[in-house]
Design a protein around this ligand. Structure first.
Ligand code: NHR
Ligand code: GAR
Length: 196
């Protein structure tokens, strides 16, 4: 069985889309793949409840527990690796996961670590992508599924979706339009990776 581990920090709507697609398309039967676990760095992430409602096991590795030690990011990533590797994952999926990962973490999962970023990369890596796209006067925005490398939001692009930016868009209205596309391209890109 190819185990998928999903990392979240918030609502988990992309996680939900992946879990629903996996069920609807019978990934267990057709791709010998299943979502084995959902892990959040935030204990209050709404996506944890949603995962449990789908009958998927959840874990929390709270990054704030590591803030007062010498190398907090390395220590957090080491703890995260330990949890993830319990499931011997074929794929580790970042879905609204909001902590930058260290090169050691990225190297450990090289080739089996993917992310969805809410911009048309290579434009607007990092945070606050929708406001930055509006402020720049962009006429189109979108989302990108990419391989994760040590350099933030720079890995090989696996899928993209484009949406228009409308006259009266706010970061919230644009974000909602992009998110509906994320829910389509992320499960499809993961399905393709599992087939390769
Ligand atoms: N890690 C690596 N090494 N490479 C990538 O491409 C990564 C990554 C970790 C997360 C997702 C990402 C995005 O899609 C992602 C891609 C968080 C931040 C950030 O600045 C930036 C990009 C992404 C996720 N995080 C702050 C930090 O100090 C915390 C922000 C917060 O907690 O709200 O880690 O955009
Ligand atoms: C999504 O738009 C995702 O692309 C973005 O956060 C949202 C998470 O929504 N990711 C990042 O900004 C990563 N830095 P979700 O929790 O409902 O999937």
């Amino acid at each position: 069985m190819k185990n998928i581990v999903i990392l979240i920090s918030g609502d988990g709507s992309n996680m939900d889309a992946i879990i629903r697609t996996a069920k609807a398309q019978h990934w267990e039967k057709h791709l010998q793949a299943k979502v084995a676990c959902v892990i959040s760095n935030k204990p209050t992430a709404k996506g944890l409840n949603l995962a449990q409602q789908h009958g998927i096991s959840t874990q929390v590795v709270d990054h704030t527990a590591f803030s007062n030690i010498t190398n907090p990011r390395e220590a957090f990533d080491t703890a995260l690796i330990k949890e993830i590797d319990q499931h011997t994952p074929a794929l580790v999926v970042l879905a609204g996961f909001m902590r930058i990962l260290t090169p050691v973490f990225v190297a450990h999962y090289e080739g089996r670590l993917v992310n969805i970023h809410p911009s048309l990369l290579p434009a607007f890596p990092g945070l606050h992508t929708h406001q930055r796209a509006i402020d720049t006067g962009c006429k189109f925005a979108g989302a990108t599924v990419h391989q994760v490398t040590a350099e933030l939001d720079h890995g090989h692009i696996l899928a993209q979706a484009v949406v228009p930016i409308l006259e009266n868009d706010t970061a919230d209205s644009l974000s909602a339009r992009v998110l509906t596309q994320e829910h389509l391209i992320y499960p499809a890109a993961i399905e393709k990776l599992l087939k390769d």
